[in-house]
Design a protein around this ligand. Structure first.
Ligand SMILES: N[C@@H](CCC[C@H](N)C(=O)O)C(=O)O
Length: 299
């Protein structure tokens, strides 16, 4: 087995993604490699999408997802679009089926270069999100932050898109909140035994909202696709929006937009762009890397 593999630095609306080609190998990208890569400004990332050989018939690949702190994630919408773009460029194929620990995902690259990913069905059962307390209705759970009589954030919708999410409704631009302060408190709140991704969502019409997310295991990110799915579903579930919404991701470059549709068959489809930045070679056990271009860092 060779020491290094191909990898690409990519992004989905600014969400920093490393796509790592682990096909034909039996090893994995280690948490130590993830932490080392994140410590280097050249390879700082939010998620690693490690592409492995398929494990079930009818799928193109198994995708292992790591956060920048070395923890595992069950879903990554922006990263999945990056994987589609990378494999479409390599193979010429437009339609893909992936397996993740959360299930099977179908994806397609459209003529205009945008990519749709069927992110599967949302999960609302309190013990499958999971929450620490039983809630019959998880569309509005009892949780608040700030003074007891004047909370800054309160009563989020909770759900899982394979990974746990809490969506707090706000009445002004999410960028005006101190999410750097509140994010870690909420991510690690005892209500969320497996932690949670924390999103602020401002509904701007029946078919649009603006979001900003603090990611479990990654902190403040420029964008989070599964959080956009959670916000879109939660908007429809609580009657704030219809089932198809344009989500402006406030923190992303140029306030990019993801379209989220909660279809009649209960599947959530996310559509948006992906962008390749540069490629190189990577040692998946240590995180040592070399760029293909002149700015290469030595292995
Ligand atoms: N950026 C991702 C979500 C990443 C996973 C998350 N940090 C977790 O641990 O659940 C996306 O685009 O969905």
């Amino acid at each position: 087995m060779t020491k290094t593999v191909d990898f690409a630095k990519m992004n989905g609306l600014g969400n920093m993604i490393l796509v790592v080609d682990m096909r034909g190998r039996s090893d994995v990208v280690t948490p130590e490699a993830a932490i080392a890569l994140n410590a280097d400004p050249a390879t700082r990332f939010d998620q690693i999408m490690a592409i492995h050989d398929p494990r079930v018939d009818g799928t193109d690949a198994f995708i292992d997802i790591l956060n920048c702190d070395g923890s595992k994630a069950q879903a990554c919408g922006n990263g999945t679009r990056c994987v589609v773009q990378a494999l479409a460029a390599e193979t010429g194929k437009k339609v893909f089926t992936f397996q993740t620990v959360a299930g099977i995902l179908n994806a397609v690259e459209h003529e205009d270069g945008t990519i749709s990913v069927d992110m599967g069905r949302p999960v609302f059962d309190w013990n499958r999100i999971p929450l620490a307390e039983e809630f019959f209705d998880t569309s509005r759970i009892e949780l608040q932050i700030g003074p007891i009589d004047a909370p800054v954030l309160h009563s989020p919708a909770a759900m899982s898109m394979g990974n746990p999410h809490a969506v707090f409704w706000v009445d002004r631009d999410p960028m005006s909140f101190d999410l750097e302060r509140f994010g870690p408190l909420l991510e690690n709140h005892p209500m969320f035994p497996e932690k949670a991704n924390i999103t602020l969502a401002q509904v701007t019409s029946n078919a649009s909202m603006t979001t900003r997310t603090w990611e479990r295991g990654a902190g403040l990110t420029l964008a989070c696709g599964s959080a956009a799915c959670a916000a879109g579903v939660s908007g429809a579930r609580t009657g704030r929006t219809g089932r198809k919404v344009a989500i402006t991701v406030a923190s992303s470059p140029n306030r990019g937009v993801l379209t989220i549709e909660w279809r009649g068959d209960d599947h959530v489809v996310m559509t948006g762009p992906a962008e390749w930045e540069w490629s190189g070679m990577l040692d998946p056990s240590t995180g040592a890397f070399r760029r293909d271009d002149a700015e290469a860092a030595a292995l």
